[in-house]
Design a protein around this ligand. Sequence first.
Ligand SMILES: Nc1nc2c(ncn2[C@@H]2O[C@H](COP(=O)(O)OP(=O)(O)OP(=O)(O)O)[C@@H](O)[C@H]2O)c(=O)[nH]1
Ligand SMILES: C[S@@+](CC[C@H](N)C(=O)[O-])C[C@H]1O[C@@H](n2cnc3c(N)ncnc32)[C@H](O)[C@@H]1O
Ligand code: SF4
Ligand code: SF4
Length: 311
Amino acid sequence: MKDKVRDDYERPVISLRISVTNRCNVNCIYCHHDGMLDSSSEMTPDEIYEICRIAKKLGVEKIRLSGGEPLVRGDIVEIVEKVNSLDFKDISITTNGIFLEKYAQDLVDAGLDRVNVSLDTLNPDTYKRIVGKSLLEKVKSGIIKSCEVGMYPVKVNMVVMNNINNDEIMDMFEFTKEHGVILQLIEIIESESCDDNDFNLKYHYKLDEFEKYLAEIADEIKVREFMQDRKKYFIDGGEIEVVHPVDNTNFCKNCTRLRITPEGKIKPCLLRNDNLVDLLGYIRDGASDEDLIDIFLKGIHNREPYYKEDN
Ligand SMILES: Nc1nc2c(ncn2[C@@H]2O[C@H](COP(=O)(O)OP(=O)(O)OP(=O)(O)O)[C@@H](O)[C@H]2O)c(=O)[nH]1
Ligand SMILES: C[S@@+](CC[C@H](N)C(=O)[O-])C[C@H]1O[C@@H](n2cnc3c(N)ncnc32)[C@H](O)[C@@H]1O
Ligand code: SF4
Ligand code: SF4
């Protein structure tokens, strides 16, 4: 880790999460839109390539494409192809899975390593309530197809909501285990980018107690170093990872990611919009690599743990 650029809190920057669009084909009730504010801007595949090229010079190893819904972009395969030509260790997409069956093979051929697919329930009525449309079967087919075309690991992101889907965790685990997929349990978060924080507060499900139960039944537990110290529970041949960031100082202390907004701004933290740094404007003006590296370093300098011990 010695060659990595570090922020003022000694956290290395290993992963870049690029929001390639603000657009989405559904409207999940809890959505934090990856922390974005409303905007219709999008970067071209070449601009995304340029950002990744500079990030690689700074030691970034992993790229994640997110949004909005990244698969609503008709040129998503071209984006992956261009990013892949830079030879990163890992390229992944987080998607709602609706167009995944259609694109999975082409994405793998273009160099995509893996996907995280958002699916909170196996109940069609609950799915419709959360997402707004009846597309559950499409998402399930997308998950299965991703495994078939060789993406690995495939993860299912389940945002756990009290009295909506918290009673479904073990059913979801059976489904993911059956298909060789990791189940990722996510604590619902509030942010200024959510449409309805009252909902997120009302249905907030604290994962602590459930993690204690997982610890009791797990055959093995691992901690993901440099990945927010998240815990992975290995149970009966399956795997559950837990993402619970709220009030978690250890999670932020081990945060190694930087974000890019759809309009090409460096975003130092998912939960803040007051310290963004423009990057795309300089790329469009033909800035030198040295200048672009300086801008990246400014963004990295703005990184600060959202939850800190003294908060
Ligand atoms: N607070 C906070 N939450 C995050 C952060 N990264 C991910 N999350 C939460 O975890 C969810 C899942 O993230 P994904 O985009 O699927 O990726 P990931 O699980 O973080 O990454 P991998 O483990 O590499 O697959 C996000 O939607 C957030 O709710 C982060 O940096 N800060
Ligand atoms: C904002 S979405 C963008 C990518 C894609 N549209 C999708 O749904 O996977 C990224 C992830 O954030 C999760 N997410 C959205 N709003 C959230 C919230 N308020 N709290 C926790 N996770 C949330 C989603 O479930 C999804 O797994
Ligand atoms: S969570 Fe993903 S799929 Fe759902 S509204 Fe947000 S961006 Fe769209
Ligand atoms: S500092 Fe904390 S809240 Fe901000 S992006 Fe990192 S882990 Fe998430």
